[in-house]
Design a protein around this ligand. Sequence first.
Ligand code: BGC
Length: 339
Amino acid sequence: MESYGTLPDGREVGLYTLVNSHGLRAKVTDFGAILVSMETPDRDGTLAPITLGFDTLEGWLKDDCYLGATVGRFGNRVRDGKFTVDGKEYTLATNNTPGGIPCHLHGGVVGFNKRLWDAQPSADGHSVTFTYLSPDGEEGYPGNLTARVTYTLTDDNELIWEAEATTDATTPLNMVHHTYWNLGGDLSTPILDHLLALDADTFLPTDSGLIPTGEKAPVDGTPMNFKEPRVIGERIEADFEPLHLAGGYDHCWVVNGEPGTLRPAARLSHPGSGRVMEVITDQPGIQFYAGNFLPNYRTGLCLETQNFPDAPNQPAFPDSLVRPGETYRHVMVHRFGVE
Ligand code: BGC
């Protein structure tokens, strides 16, 4: 552990470096359980950073794009910032207004990404576990929640982000890992030349406030079809209503196969560098966000495995409630390679 500086209230922030036997390097911090950087080799073996981030802690303190963040309690959007549990209505911050319509986004004003977590590096040096106690009522959510996130860098060139949580009162939960990837290694270049494949036959269309309508729409015959690898820039400006509403790709795809079992969700590759990243998850959905709202427009893309947006208000969506006695689990594997 090295010091990553101090918070305005004086608490010390740590930076942890994970290195594997092939030289891949991941840096994580206990502030926000954030992935600060990830470096992988290109097809010639040259190591380069492939995630958007900041040089210093100050950058993450000010960040409003959730770079590298662990997002919670509920990642993605909740309609009107409201949900009902056991007959009681809860009101959350409405900190996002797509299409001029207020909604709750990524856990609220001070989400998990702005909290200082406890850190516990593993004895073998391959992983770090971060723990955060989110008190009852925090950001409007019920229950004292114990959230845990472990980053592991394996010798199989996998970066694993694993979340689990328990609570003493029923609460919605959708912990999300929010790294912006740019496999080219030049972080100022748009990601439009990357090839993406998604293991998804359907996606979730939204209304103009980017809340899912509840429909699962087939991707066939639309610019949302990534069943085979496609260049991201090829259809991002297509005349297709869901793309107009979101200003590009910013949607949740329904990952094929059974939620709760680990299965492939996405494959991202960059022809110039040869870098490849596969994403494997146990979650129902994957949000592919092309960085349309980034100050440096579309210079990174997110592949966020998660439950469906607005799940707390949509009974047909997978259950998003964690109850006392249950353990929430979310596994996300990033497997790096070259071709
Ligand atoms: C969402 C975007 C949002 C961004 C905030 C993404 O997960 O899909 O709509 O603007 O997070 O950085």
